[in-house]
Ligand binder design. Structure first.
Ligand SMILES: [Ca+2]
Ligand SMILES: [Ca+2]
Length: 176
């Protein structure tokens, strides 16, 4: 699907993008939002693909024809310096490998070392790590892995724009 310029024009560096594709999980699953990316400004996103890399937001959306829904989330209650820190963090992770082992072990890491088990990032792990090291923990259930739905439901994020059949978050989830 295409993302309109009017939406991208609303976005700021540090915004989080989550996408749902037609073959992603159902809404009640943790992986309804199948991929999590960070916008860094200038029409550019960084995400844990294989490896961690940049993507032009317009090309990413138009090349992924199966995207049917997306949401843009923005941290609230933090300073610009914290947002800058998160953006700089993801820039510094470019080239690190995609890694799913943390997901299977129910763990996540900030700045894993090359010889660590779990070196590299799965998509949500990268965005979580960026804000965690900046002093903002976006995880709701602060144990085990961080999954995409935990990011989506975090009350520390405001919805800037959403294309989804489901336009509200479970209110009770926001009190964690
Ligand atoms: Ca990892
Ligand atoms: Ca968790």
């Amino acid at each position: 699907m295409e993302i309109p310029k009017s939406v991208v024009d609303k976005m700021k560096a540090g915004d989080i993008i989550q996408i749902h594709r037609e073959d992603s999980g159902p809404f009640w699953g943790f992986f309804y939002w199948e991929h999590t990316l960070m916008y860094i400004g200038n029409d550019t996103m960084i995400h844990a693909g294989a490896p961690v890399k940049t993507a032009n937001i317009y090309e990413y959306f138009s090349n992924n024809v199966k995207i049917t829904n997306y949401v843009i989330l923005r941290p609230n209650g933090i300073t610009q310096a914290q947002k800058d820190s998160a953006v700089n963090f993801v820039k510094n992770q470019i080239g690190k490998p995609y890694e799913l082992w943390s997901l299977f072990r129910f763990t996540k890491q900030v700045n894993p070392e090359p010889d660590n088990l779990g070196y590299g990032y799965y998509c949500t792990e990268l965005v979580w790590a960026a804000y965690f090291q900046a002093g903002l923990d976006l995880e709701i259930a602060q144990i085990g892995l961080v999954n995409p739905m935990e990011i989506y439901m975090s009350r520390k994020l405001d919805i800037i724009h959403i294309i989804s059949r489901l336009k509200v978050r479970f209110p009770w989830y926001r009190y964690y």
